[in-house]
Design a protein around this ligand. Structure first.
Ligand SMILES: [Cu+2]
Length: 129
């Protein structure tokens, strides 16, 4: 019987792959470091007939944020008309939409997809200040 093994020294390609894998692990570890100010704050907003939760959200003037939107029952709209931001929010995985606050003040957000009687009052406020 042959005693030949098929083990061979790592090829250059394999060594390179290992280096890349090591880098990926290092980056993954770094991602657990708390986000710096440069990363936009993620704000979760949940929609169901006919309520957004929360329906009052405080933002700093000119703060960049990401809204992470979920719907419990049917496709909702999430719209901040004054900032020109909107997204469809179907039930299922979260939908992310970026927004940047303006000057201090109160800005309305609302559902802009008809979702039943009660839709007209499905809204909330961004309190910028
Ligand atoms: Cu609606």
């Amino acid at each position: 019987m042959s005693t030949t093994t098929h083990r061979s020294p790592p090829s250059a390609a394999r060594r390179r792959w290992l280096t890349l894998a090591g880098t990926a692990v290092a980056l993954a570890a770094m991602s657990h470091i708390p986000a710096r100010a440069a990363a936009p704050r993620v704000i979760q907003v949940h929609a169901r007939r006919f309520v957004f939760t929360p329906n009052q959200i405080k933002l700093a003037p000119h703060e960049s944020v990401v809204f992470e939107l979920t719907s419990e029952d049917i496709t909702m709209g999430f719209s901040i008309p004054q900032y020109g931001v909107r997204a469809d929010v179907p039930p299922g995985p979260p939908v992310r939409v970026a927004a940047q606050a303006g000057d201090a003040g109160t800005v309305e957000f609302l559902c802009d997809i008809f979702c039943g009687s009660g839709h007209e009052t499905m809204n909330g406020a961004l309190i910028v200040g």
